[in-house]
Design a protein around this ligand. Structure first.
Ligand SMILES: NC(=O)c1ccc[n+]([C@@H]2O[C@H](COP(=O)([O-])OP(=O)(O)OC[C@H]3O[C@@H](n4cnc5c(N)ncnc54)[C@H](OP(=O)(O)O)[C@@H]3O)[C@@H](O)[C@H]2O)c1
Length: 512
């Protein structure tokens, strides 16, 4: 049986009906993301026979690149980054349909040339194709690209038909509420909302989708999924890497924008939303927006709901690691946070009084992303005192990366004649059960966009709801400069101010 036929999620949340004839146009085709993720994703979809018979790939960028050279770049990218080795047959099928158009992002005539190139493909095969535009450039050129897609008629091509044009927009989606609103307005001046796919690649990860399956396909969890049984929720998105060579980019971003506002909030929304009436995109996104709107504004200042810090020199894997301020491209007095921790209160019937703690940082002890649901302890009457009973709160944790899976901490009797207890962990790992060669997030997302399934993409109002929450935090940090900026040693689990957010409620961070 083909790998994809066995894969549970290709038959799970979304309805993979097969994509119509499609041309995928990548703007920023000479870039890092194209090589590391997008070309390998398209190749693996081809390998799995998930591309339509009439599929074309067009690279677009300012640098003139002959078709042959672009194909060579693409095959090098597959060799280096694909989860599967380059298969000559699969690649030759794709290579025959791969081309490149050179032009500026703000040059209307270049977009007319692109439109003519695609019209010619349509003419050659004698049928219409849908145009899927993937904007994989720095955000400074998102707006000119969108406007030229409108001006050249590419955005409205085949509108009203199933194979209308679509656009995928990479992150970051704005840098605050005002810029995200402006970007939404530009998009809506050119595309209808149903044509727009704002990407957050976290939503393409198996465990993130598994959250919905665990919650709504298992009868044992949902009755407990509320303030009566859950004590707190912790979400960690920790990286081991520092800023590497991307200091210039990171100085403009920081942890709150780079990780918390987007990826981590998607995890909050899927963990905490109400059951949708169906698994269609709008039902799920409606529930996510409702949840985001129920989050209380964050208390700022000392003793509030937010903490930020920068990594200082420390040890990573037994080697000395520099502090953030010593890294290349970082201002000596930089006020950019590399760690942020947040305490969220959700003011609705299900979650009132249950704190949601979020933390993300660079140069942390271990690369791990997880959601941990901490249940309340049972009454202490039976197993208390005498030191023989080691009772832990039950914790259900979704490990999103690496080593995707699910764990449950249960209290168990230690074997022996004496009655002693000990917490044990029950583990499910994707790699062990389903094999390690699962599709990458970008494969799922590119396929869904081709098919027209927006479930795993962010709607415009969803992006705004998250920015609404975090823009006051960003403004207060910008006004404070370095005042209130804590530090943590590289290789640690973060600063004392991050711990203090939890200590207020008698909680501590898990060591994932
Ligand atoms: N790289 C990743 O792992 C990653 C992960 C998640 C999200 N993203 C997002 O994906 C998008 C692309 O990322 P990337 O790392 O591939 O970017 P990149 O390599 O810096 O840029 C992609 C392409 O855009 C064009 N470009 C670069 N700077 C430009 C500028 N100032 N003005 C106009 N065009 C410019 C270049 O192509 P030409 O010179 O040929 O026009 C470049 O090859 C970004 O929005 C990024 O935030 C990236």
């Amino acid at each position: 049986m083909a790998e994809t036929q066995r894969h549970p999620f290709l038959h799970g949340l979304s309805k993979h009906r097969g994509a119509p004839p499609t041309v995928v146009v990548i703007f920023g085709a000479s870039g890092d993301l194209t090589a590391r993720k997008l070309i390998p994703a398209v190749y693996n979809l081809g390998f799995d026979n998930l591309l339509p018979a009439d599929f074309y790939l067009v690279g677009y960028g300012r640098k003139p690149i002959p078709d042959d050279e672009f194909r060579a770049l693409a095959s090098d990218a597959i060799k280096e980054f694909s989860r599967r080795e380059l298969n000559a047959d699969v690649w030759s099928r794709l290579a025959r349909r791969t081309s490149y158009v050179a032009g500026g992002y703000d040059e209307k005539p270049a977009f007319d040339k692109l439109a003519a190139h695609i019209d010619e493909l349509e003419r050659q095969i004698g049928r219409d194709v849908q145009r899927l535009f993937y904007i994989s450039t720095p955000p400074s050129v998102f707006t000119p690209i969108l406007l030229n897609l409108g001006a050249s008629g590419l955005a409205a091509k085949h509108l009203g038909l199933p194979h209308h044009s679509k656009v995928i927009i990479e992150k970051p989606f704005g840098k605050d509420l005002a810029s995200a609103r402006a970007l939404n307005e530009t998009i809506r001046s050119v595309f209808e909302e149903h044509q727009v796919y704002r990407i957050d690649h976290y939503l393409g990860k198996e465990t993130v989708q598994d959250l919905l399956v665990q919650r709504f396909a298992n009868a044992i969890f949902e009755p407990l999924w509320n303030r009566n049984f859950i004590d707190s929720v912790q979400i960690t998105v920790a990286e081991e890497v520092g800023v590497e060579k991307r200091g210039g980019y990171y100085e403009q971003s920081g942890c709150l924008r780079d990780m918390i506002q987007n990826h981590t909030m998607q995890l909050v929304a899927l963990t905490a939303m109400e059951p949708p009436v169906s698994l269609d995109a709008e039902s799920i996104r409606d529930e996510k927006v409702k949840l985001l709107k129920a989050i209380q504004p964050l208390a700022l200042g000392p003793g509030g709901d937010v903490a930020r810090a920068q990594y200082a020199a420390g040890m990573m894997g037994g080697k000395a690691a520099k502090g953030y301020l010593e890294e290349e491209g970082i201002a000596p007095q930089s006020a950019t946070e590399t760690f942020a921790a947040i305490r969220l209160s959700i003011n609705n019937w299900r979650w009132q009084g249950v704190p949601f703690y979020l933390r993300s940082g660079k140069r942390m002890a271990r690369r791990v992303s997880e959601i941990a649901i901490n249940f309340k302890c049972p009454p202490g009457t039976l197993f208390a005192g005498s030191g023989r009973f080691d009772i832990a709160a039950n914790t259900l944790s979704f490990q999103i990366q690496p080593d995707e899976g699910l764990s449950l901490i249960l209290n168990t009797k230690v074997p022996g004649l004496d009655t002693r207890t000990q917490p044990v962990k029950m583990n499910f790992r994707y790699a062990t059960t389903f094999g390690s060669n699962t599709p990458e997030a970008y494969e799922r997302l590119v396929l869904d966009a081709m098919i027209g399934d927006g479930t795993l993409f962010i709607r415009g109002d969803e992006a705004l709801a998250s920015w609404q929450l975090y823009t006051p935090v960003l403004e207060s940090w910008a006004a404070a400069g370095r005042e209130g900026m804590d530090a943590y040693a590289a290789g640690s689990w973060g600063p004392a101010t991050g711990d203090a957010l939890l200590a207020k409620n008698g909680h501590v961070w898990r060591q994932p």
